[in-house]
Write a protein that binds this ligand. Structure first.
Ligand code: HEM
Ligand SMILES: [Ca+2]
Ligand SMILES: [Mn+2]
Length: 337
């Protein structure tokens, strides 16, 4: 069946829902002037911001408005929280875009996350809902998990916001397109996997390898040894990969791009709706571009073999992977673009 499309007032785009038309101009602006059309540093920071804004929420109340933009509107309060270290940078980079376009901070943060992710090969096409009102208050402190927190406490925090353990592991796929600037301040831009510009399962593979050293100047807070030169491993990621409650889900995403995409997309939708009644928002998913599919397949980094794997799922075997050829993989930092 043909879906009827309307011409947008911009004279360039068409939409199924005319209410989504104003988004095209914002998308063009952020693709060119925020992300450089890349799955790079500004997008990585923007995805972290999606999480830190939205997770300020509790289903039982008393914890902030969820995905409401409070982290930007009340940045003077929320950026002081320890877990938000360094997030002020992307807030101030995004703020002029929010001021220029007629959009709430909550809508903008979610839009930037969904559009930026579409620049990452292998990513799912996220949904996007539009119409969040302005935030009315800052989220309180201690809603954002820290890398030195236990699996127990992280699962408890997520459960309070409505997520089960499988959904938490799915959300951690975001660390496949991510790097740390502040865990070890001497090595900003140190990625969590060898492919920070690609949404793949390398993060889940590489966190399951035996750690061999620290990438920079010793151990940062919440940091544990990683298997590769130039790669950062968070203590929380290491423990999620090895905890009996989460290890099998963790392993299930390896070399299963379809499962990874489907479950990440579903959990991200849930995250983006925290604090909102879905029926009060407009479904503008149609404005999100379709990401390029993945071309490379899951592998061990060069220099590693199956003996380096520390399998932790009791009910199914770790998939057999072959290593890339060549000298041991060393991961370059993600640069500021
Ligand atoms: C288990 C809970 C989590 C913990 C403890 C955690 C912790 C961290 C830490 C410590 C960093 C490094 C920040 C820096 O030094 O620059 C980081 C980066 C990042 N996190 Fe998480 N995270 C968690 C879950 C998530 C979730 C659910 C998302 C998104 C849905 C997310 C997205 C990101 C991204 C994209 C970055 C990279 C930022 C950049 O490249 O600048 N994280 N995370
Ligand atoms: Ca990756
Ligand atoms: Mn960064």
């Amino acid at each position: 069946a043909l879906t009827r499309r309307v011409a947008c007032p911009d004279g360039k785009n068409t939409a199924i829902n005319a209410a989504c038309c104003p988004l095209f101009e914002i998308i063009e602006d952020i693709q060119n002037n925020l992300f450089d059309n890349e799955c790079g540093e500004e997008f990585h920071e923007s995805l972290r911001l999606v999480f830190h804004d939205a997770i300020g929420f509790s289903s039982s109340g008393g914890k902030g408005g969820g995905a409401d933009g409070s982290i930007m509107t009340f940045s003077d309060v929320e950026t002081l929280y320890h877990a938000n270290n360094g997030i002020d940078g992307i807030i101030e980079v995004q703020r002029p875009f929010v001021e220029k376009h007629n959009i709430s901070a909550g809508d903008f943060i979610q839009l930037a996350g969904a559009i930026g992710l579409s620049n990452c090969p292998g990513a799912p096409r996220l949904d996007y809902f539009f119409g969040r009102p302005n935030a009315v208050a800052a989220a309180p402190d201690l809603t954002v998990p820290e890398p030195f927190d236990t699996v127990d406490s992280i699962l408890e925090r997520f459960a309070e916001a409505g997520f089960n353990a499988d959904e938490v592991v799915a959300l951690l796929a975001s660390h496949s397109v991510a790097a740390a600037d502040h865990v070890d301040e001497s090595i900003p831009g140190t990625p969590f996997d060898s492919t920070p510009g690609i949404f793949d399962s390398q993060f889940f593979i590489e966190v399951q390898l035996a750690g061999t050293g620290f990438p920079g100047t010793g151990r940062g807070q919440g940091e544990v040894e990683s298997p590769l030169q130039g790669e950062m491993r968070l203590q929380s990621d290491q423990e999620f990969a090895r905890d009996p409650r989460t290890a099998c889900t963790w392993q299930s995403f390896i070399n299963n791009q379809n499962k990874l995409q489907t479950e990440f997309k579903a959990a991200m939708l849930k995250l983006s709706l925290l604090g909102h009644d879905r029926s009060s928002l407009i479904d503008c998913s149609e404005v999100v571009p379709t990401p390029v599919p993945l071309s490379d397949s899951a592998h061990l980094p060069a220099g590693k073999s199956m003996v380096d794997v520390q399998p932790a799922c009791a009910t199914s075997a770790f998939p057999t992977l072959t290593a890339e050829s060549g000298p041991a993989t060393s991961v370059p930092p993600v640069g500021d673009s």
